[in-house]
Write a protein that binds this ligand. Structure first.
Ligand SMILES: [Zn+2]
Length: 286
């Protein structure tokens, strides 16, 4: 007669166990999707409590904080032919490649922008240290906002005619890092395959972080290559500056891929899943 009660208690126990093992995730790299509600629900179910979003300015406003998910608002630039790569939406309503500076400052003051990114310099055909970007970096430095810059390679059909592989090398960050020494910068996609250069830049410039989006996605990047890259970054002593990012890939598979890195301690995984990003995105007034 007591069996149903035992079963009930067992189920409650399993439910609690499930909650307690859910990994806390700060996703530093997501973009807009058509079905925003579905996208955010999937992230939340996977354990994401905070996410940095960058998309067209029009779509950006549909991403808002909820009780259990904090959204950090990005500002994409420079937009090739005015457009967000892949989606083809215009970045801004005036269809320009770069947003008006005074407008950007106004949005920052109104707490509408939490970070500058994804900076699309490689898609646009310019260096991350191109002077066209300097006024935006200056604003980010002034208001203590992080700047995330795309590096590495790209997927197919991005629609950006001036894209160049060589412009994805994080060694190109050096001029901007010297020009804006207080700027908080992160290397999106960890600079892969230019890992030597990622390590060189991050070893010398302690304010530079990296997200592991795309390379951690087993659907688009071989898990063995990801493992090799992570081992190199960890061996280089960078465990306090690597941040999780899903880049709209299958979040469950990506989390599992990171958890599968058997050379990482649980503490190191926690740093990568959320602690490093918390530190990096903490607002600092300059
Ligand atoms: Zn990117």
């Amino acid at each position: 007669m007591k069996k149903p009660i035992y079963l009930f208690i067992l189920l409650i126990g399993l439910f609690n166990a499930h909650i307690s093992i859910a990994q806390k995730i700060f996703d530093t790299h997501i973009h807009g999707e058509k079905d925003v509600a579905y996208q955010l629900k999937k992230l939340k179910t996977a354990g994401v409590y905070k996410a940095a979003v960058s998309t067209s300015w029009q779509l950006q406003s549909t991403y808002q904080n909820t009780k259990d998910l904090t959204i950090l608002q990005g500002l994409m630039l420079a937009c090739p032919e005015g457009k967000v790569p892949y989606s083809g939406q215009y970045c801004f309503h005036d269809e320009k490649d770069f947003p008006d500076l005074a407008w950007v400052e106004q949005q920052i003051k109104g707490n509408k922008i939490d970070f500058i990114g994804e900076v699309l310099s490689q898609y646009y055909g310019i260096s991350a240290s191109d002077e066209a970007l300097y006024p935006y970096y200056a604003l980010a430095e002034k208001y203590g906002l992080p700047v995330g810059i795309h590096t590495g390679l790209a997927g197919p059909n991005h629609g950006s005619p001036n894209f160049k592989v060589g412009l994805g090398n994080p060694i190109l960050f050096e001029d901007l890092l010297q020009k804006f020494p207080k700027l908080k910068v992160w290397i999106m996609h960890a600079g892969a395959p230019f890992i030597d250069d990622t390590i060189a830049i991050m070893s010398y410039y302690w304010n530079v972080y990296a997200d592991i989006s795309a390379i951690s996605n087993p659907d688009i990047f071989p898990p063995n290559d990801f493992k090799y890259i992570m081992k190199r970054l960890i061996d280089a002593g960078l465990e306090n500056r690597l941040m999780f990012g899903s880049d709209n890939g299958d979040i469950d598979k990506i989390i599992a891929n990171v958890k599968d890195l058997d050379f990482l301690t649980e503490e190191q995984k926690d740093k990568i899943f959320h602690q490093n990003a918390e530190k990096f995105f903490t607002k600092s007034a300059n």
